[in-house]
Write a protein of this length. Structure first.
Length: 116
């Protein structure tokens, strides 16, 4: 019930969202607009090869979810998913516990998926 209400609220916000006049001509219909959401961090460390290895492992298990690698000295961070709600991110985190021992949820800008 709560998820459906949240999804309806998000849809309502998206249908009433306005595009700034400067971008009005450049935004295409159906374009993905960045918005705030959640991602699950599945790995962090200073070894570049290891972060790519973990990304490959994750992509083998969940090929449909997007992965994002960022570098903030001295560590690489592997975060996954584009979740609108913390509950969605928590569900994935519970599934991943067996394969990835160090998991965290972060609120950040995401590439918001369609509500279809």
């Amino acid at each position: 019930l709560i998820d459906s209400l949240i999804a309806k609220r998000i849809l309502l916000n998206l249908t009433h969202a306005t595009v700034p006049a400067a971008n009005a001509g450049t935004v295409k219909p159906g374009a993905i607009m960045p918005s705030m959401g959640y991602r699950v961090q599945v790995f962090y460390g200073s070894d570049r090869r290891q972060v790519f290895s973990q990304q490959s492992k994750f992509n083998g298990l969940y090929p449909t979810l997007n992965t994002y690698i960022t570098y903030k000295q001295p560590n690489y961070y592997l975060r996954v998913g584009d979740f609108r709600t913390r509950l969605e991110a928590q569900r994935l985190m519970n599934e991943l516990r067996a394969n990835f021992p160090t998991l965290f949820i972060f609120r950040e800008k995401i590439n918001a998926p369609d509500l279809d």
